[in-house]
Design a protein around this ligand. Structure first.
Ligand code: NAD
Length: 389
C-alpha cells in the first residue's frame, strides 16, 4: 500500500516503516559524526525507548558510548492493511542497526507500569546484560493502571486552582486563538501525579534492586520540563508541573537509599514529540521557539539535546542546580532566547504567525516523528506495512 500521513487532532494514525528507519538512521548519524561519548555506563535500560527523548537516549548510549541496551515501550504491531505505531518501526530499525554494530539491543513491548512487564524486563536484563549501570526513565503516557490496586488513572493537563487564559495554536489550520482552560479538580490533579509523577520510577528502581540487576554505582535519570513564564500557567504551575515536582521527591528518595549520584532529574528543552504536541499552548510556544533558537544558532531537537546531555553535562564533575537537577534547558531559558520570546508573544496572532514563528518547521518535525518527509525515501512506492526494510 501507499502509506500517507493521516492526522487526527494532535496525532498521526499512520507511520511509514522506511521513513521511520531513515529517521532513526539520521539520529544515529548525528551521534556517530560527533565521535565517541565517554562513559563507563555500558549496560543501559531505557524506559520509553521508542520515540522522542527515550529513543535519542538509546541511540546516544549505544552509538556514542558503545552500550548494550534493553528498551521498554508500548506499541501497536502492523498488519497487512494497517501500519504499526512509529515506535514499533523505530524499535525494529534501532535493533537492526545496533546489532549490526555488534551491540546487544533487546526490546520489551508492553505496559511499563505493570508488574508483568517489570518482571519480563528483569528477565531480559539477567539474560542479556547481567546488570544495568544506567536506567533512563522517559515514559510519557496519558494513563496508568496502578499495579497494586488495578485502578486506572488518567492525567489531565490543566491549571491548578484558577482558570488560565492563553493564546493557543491550531497546528492544522495555523489559527491562533484565545483559550480559557478551566482548573483541574483535586481528583484530576492527584491522578496526573499518579500517571506522570515519580511513583512508577521508584517502583522500577525497587523492582530492579530487589532482583539484583542494578550494578553498584548505577545512575538513573528522569526527564522533566520546567520552561519559562510563558508556559508556566499551563505547565509548570499546572497539574503536569505538580507531577514533575513529584519526580524531585522521588529522586531524593532514591538518592537517600542509593547515594548522592544515583538519581538525577534532568530538565530538557521543549521539542516536538508525540507527547508535547498534546499539551495546550505548548505547540504555539514551540513554533516560536523553533524560529527564535534557530535564528540564534541554538536550535536543538531530541537527538541534539540528549547528545549534549551525555557528551557534556553528564561528564564529571556534574553541575547541578539548587534542586539537584541537571539542566540541559539552559539554552532555551537563556536571557537572550527568553527576552526574544517574551517580546514576540504578545504580537502573535493568526496574521503574524508566519513572521514570528516557524509553523512549517513544526509541521515537518511532527510528520518526521511518524516517518514522513525524510529525504531519500520514496513515498510513492508500494510498501507492505510489515516490511521493516
Ligand atoms: P514521547 O511520546 O516521544 O515518548 C514516550 C515513550 O513512552 C514512548 O516510547 C512510548 O512508547 C512510551 N510509553 C508510553 N506509555 C507507555 C507504557 N504504558 N508502557 C511502556 N511505554 C510507554 O515523549 P517525550 O516527549 O520524549 O517524553 C519523554 C519524557 O521527556 C517525558 O517525561 C516528558 O515529560 C519529558 N520531556 C519532554 C519534553 C518535550 O518537549 N517533548 C521536554 C522536556 C521533558
Amino acid at each position: 500500500m501507499i502509506i500517507e500521513p493521516k492526522i487526527r487532532g494532535f496525532i498521526c494514525t499512520t507511520a511509514h516503516p522506511i521513513g521511520c528507519a531513515a529517521n532513526v538512521q539520521r539520529q544515529i548519524d548525528h551521534v556517530v559524526v560527533k565521535g565517541a561519548v565517554e562513559s563507563a555506563r555500558k549496560r543501559v535500560l531505557v524506559l520509553g525507548c521508542s520515540t522522542g527523548y527515550g529513543l535519542a537516549s538509546r541511540i546516544v548510549t549505544t552509538f556514542g558510548s558503545g552500550a548494550d541496551t534493553v528498551g521498554v515501550s508500548f506499541e501497536k504491531e502492523p498488519s497487512e492493511s494497517k501500519t504499526a505505531s512509529a515506535g514499533w518501526y523505530n524499535n525494529r530499525a534501532f535493533e537492526k542497526r545496533a546489532q549490526a554494530a555488534g551491540r546487544i539491543a533487546v526490546t520489551v513491548e508492553g505496559d511499563a507500569f505493570s508488574d508483568a512487564i517489570k518482571a519480563e524486563t528483569v528477565a531480559q536484563i539477567r539474560e542479556h546484560l547481567g546488570q544495568v549501570d544506567l536506567v533512563v526513565y522517559s515514559l510519557a503516557s496519558p494513563v496508568r493502571t496502578d499495579p497494586k490496586t488495578g485502578e486506572v488513572y488518567r492525567s489531565a493537563i490543566k491549571p491548578m486552582h484558577a482558570p488560565v487564559k492563553s493564546k493557543t495554536l491550531n497546528t492544522g489550520t495555523g489559527e491562533v486563538s484565545e483559550v480559557e482552560i478551566q482548573p483541574a479538580t483535586a481528583e484530576e490533579a492527584e491522578a496526573t501525579v499518579k500517571v506522570m509523577g515519580g511513583e512508577d520510577w521508584e517502583l522500577w528502581i525497587a523492582a530492579l534492586a530487589e532482583a539484583g540487576v542494578l550494578a553498584d554505582g548505577f545512575t538513573t535519570l528522569n526527564y522533566t520540563y520546567l520552561g519559562s513564564e510563558l508556559t508556566w500557567p499551563i505547565y509548570h504551575k499546572g497539574t503536569l508541573g505538580s507531577a514533575k515536582a513529584d519526580l524531585d521527591r522521588a529522586a531524593s528518595a532514591i538518592r537517600a537509599q542509593f547515594g548522592d549520584a544515583s538519581a538525577y532529574v534532568v530538565a530538557l528543552k521543549a521539542v516536538v514529540t508525540q507527547a508535547s504536541s498534546a499539551i495546550p499552548v505548548v505547540p504555539l510556544y514551540g513554533t516560536m521557539l523553533l524560529q527564535v533558537m534557530d535564528d540564534m544558532g541554538l536550535g536543538e531537537g531530541c537527538i541534539e539535546q540528549i547528545d549534549r546531555l551525555f557528551r557534556v553535562k553528564l561528564q564529571a564533575p556534574v553541575a547541578l542546580d539548587e534542586a539537584h537537577r541537571l539542566r540541559v534547558d539552559d539554552w532555551e531559558l537563556s536571557k537572550a532566547v527568553q527576552d526574544e520570546m517574551t517580546r514576540r508573544w504578545p504580537l502573535l496572532s493568526t496574521e503574524t504567525l508566519d513572521n514570528l514563528a516557524d509553523l512549517e518547521k513544526y509541521r515537518a518535525e511532527f510528520l518526521r516523528l511518524f516517518g514522513f518527509g525524510l529525504s531519500g525515501v520514496d513515498y510513492g512506492a508500494d510498501v507492505d506495512p510489515r516490511d521493516i526494510g
